[in-house]
Ligand binder design. Structure first.
Ligand SMILES: Nc1ncnc2c1ncn2[C@@H]1O[C@H](COP(=O)(O)OP(=O)(O)O)[C@@H](O)[C@H]1O
Ligand SMILES: [Mg+2]
Length: 503
């Protein structure tokens, strides 16, 4: 990441062509024309719509609307060929900023050559060409004469100033009424702006302060938009409606563990100190692992991002590792957040058929987990321990491995109660005991299913869904634990020495 100081150094180091890939054209124009002014160099801006203009005039027009055509001394140079010939003909040193020029170089060897001509002549006439586009593939012909620049994202201090500036602006527009906030909300808001570009940050600040205040409730909306802006490739999913632990039966140990660490995690946000890194949830299918993963985010009040391994593999063939790196980068930009990796063994379990991709993915992931300092809390889940890579469960990789066993009698009552209430069915305690007694070996998902089936078989009529009806569905169900008795016993004995109980 580079700023105007670095651009200055680059100009001084006599590089004839500079490529800046950015959506922040205005920012680049400001930066370049400011520098040109300091160095007393003429600076011109070209766009296909406006042709070539002096950068000062261009700035003026962007702010105040078009100046009439005859004021320009360079009008009419909209043709990409003409402008390149013009630069080549000119003997004046200066900077030419060409905005969105990338389409005009495709299959245009003549134009590519013109640029190379100008660049090769740089020793005699110092003309720098700067290309600004959202994406600019540099033709190999002048690659060796080209440097790439990345625009730095705003720092914390810059963001603080931006929020202050926008707040003052708002106050001016609203007859002096000041923006209401407190230091805690203000800092939390600024923290969540990090990772955005200047333009995006400004837009989202304006949106947040539009109601005259900056509060913590501005943050979820900010995070959603931020995520949409950043997640161009779509490998991470932002989970919106997340359940709370009130919707989860059992898992008392897990809840307690999370409660204890919540304060530590939140106070470590943004600081370079140890903070809870993550947990791994293991259990049979339907035991509530995915549900619990979501509840972590809601308990800690953090955005929940799900890493979808299927998309990771499929999105662009052969780019899986790059996709993973970018997803992890995005998660860091969204920090503090929960990164949920569901059924992780399917994504990075041993697989001999993929030319080592999953092995390399695992290696990348482990390195990132070991080195990262950002406040990204990982919640990984797994059904199948046989496919779980041993490196992942080694001590210290995650803070704790929790085993979610099938629910006991009391937990089954609770789960029945949660799901009956959810569907408007009255759960009295006598019924709950009866239902729990008859569902030994049932998973949470199977308990829920028995209620849903009873509702269906009663054609959706809640009134008639009696415990007897639910019992009927229960009798017709063979729980997975009966079919997979051996596997479950193995899982339990594996878990006994390596994990703590989530219940
Ligand atoms: N402990 C529980 N409390 C409440 N509901 C549960 C519980 N366990 C499972 N369920 C229900 O079963 C559904 C499926 O569970 P899920 O979390 O997807 O299981 P897993 O990820 O372990 O396969 C959940 O969405 C929830 O409705
Ligand atoms: Mg699941």
């Amino acid at each position: 990441m580079i700023d105007s100081h670095d651009l200055g150094l680059l100009l001084a180091s006599k590089i004839p062509v500079i490529v800046i890939e950015s959506y922040e054209e205005r920012l680049v124009l400001d930066m370049v024309s400011g520098l040109a002014h300091k160095k007393r160099l003429p600076c011109f801006v070209w766009t296909v719509t406006e042709g070539l203009t002096d950068s000062n005039l261009h700035q003026l027009e962007m702010q105040n609307g078009p100046v009439s055509d005859n004021v320009r001394d360079n009008q009419g140079f909209r043709d990409p060929n003409k402008i390149l010939y013009d630069i080549k003909k000119s003997s004046r040193p200066g900077i030419h900023l060409l905005c969105d020029f990338h389409p005009y170089l495709e299959n245009e060897p003549g134009r590519v050559r013109l640029i190379k001509d100008i660049a090769l002549r740089y020793r005699y006439i110092r003309q720098t060409i700067i290309f600004v586009s959202h994406e600019f593939p540099v033709p190999p012909e002048f690659k060796h004469l080209t440097a790439r620049l990345e625009i730095a994202l705003p720092t914390r201090d810059q963001l603080v100033n931006m929020v202050k500036d926008e707040s003052l602006q708002w106050a001016r527009e609203n007859s002096g009424t000041k923006i209401k906030t407190n230091p805690e909300s203000f800092n939390y808001f600024v923290k969540n702006l990090q990772g955005l570009t200047f333009t995006e940050a400004k837009r989202l600040i304006r949106r947040a302060i539009d109601d005259g205040s900056i509060t913590k409730s501005d943050v979820p909306d900010l995070n959603k938009t931020k995520f949409q802006l950043m997640n161009q490739e779509g490998v991470l999913a932002y989970e919106y409606d997340i359940p709370s632990f009130h919707d989860v039966g059992g898992l008392h140990n897990l809840k307690q563990w999370l409660e204890k660490r919540s304060v530590v995690f939140h106070s470590a946000v943004g600081l370079d100190i140890d903070h809870p890194k993550g947990i791994l949830l293991i259990g049979v299918q339907g035991s509530g692992k995915s549900l619990a993963a979501k509840a972590v985010a809601s308990q800690w009040g953090l955005p929940l991002l799900r890493l979808d391994f299927g998309t990771l593999y499929n999105k662009y063939f052969g780019e899986t590792e790059k996709n993973l790196r970018e997803s992890l980068k995005l998660a860091e930009a969204m920090a503090p957040c929960v990164l949920w990796m569901d059924e992780i063994e399917k994504g990075i379990g041993p697989d001999d058929s993929d030319q080592g991709v999953s092995k390399r993915l695992l290696a990348s992931l482990l390195t990132w987990m070991a080195e990262r300092t950002s406040s990204v809390f990982i919640v990984a889940t797994a059904n199948d321990i046989r496919k779980l890579p041993p490196e992942l469960i080694r001590k210290g990789r995650v803070d704790e491995i929790f085993f979610i066993d099938l629910p006991d009698h009391e937990t089954r009552q609770k789960i029945f109660s949660i799901h009956m209430k959810k569907r408007g069915i009255d759960p009295n305690s006598q019924n709950l005991r009866l239902l729990a007694e008859n569902t030994e070996g049932f998973s949470g998902a199977e308990i829920e299913q028995s209620i849903v089936s009873a509702l269906y078989s009663n054609e959706g009529n809640r009134e008639g869904v009696t415990p007897a009806r639910i019992l009927l569905e229960i009798k017709n169900t063979v729980p997975l634990s009966e079919l997979m008795d051996d596997e479950i016993q193995q899982l339990r004995s594996w878990a006994a020495t390596r994990t703590v109980s989530a219940h």
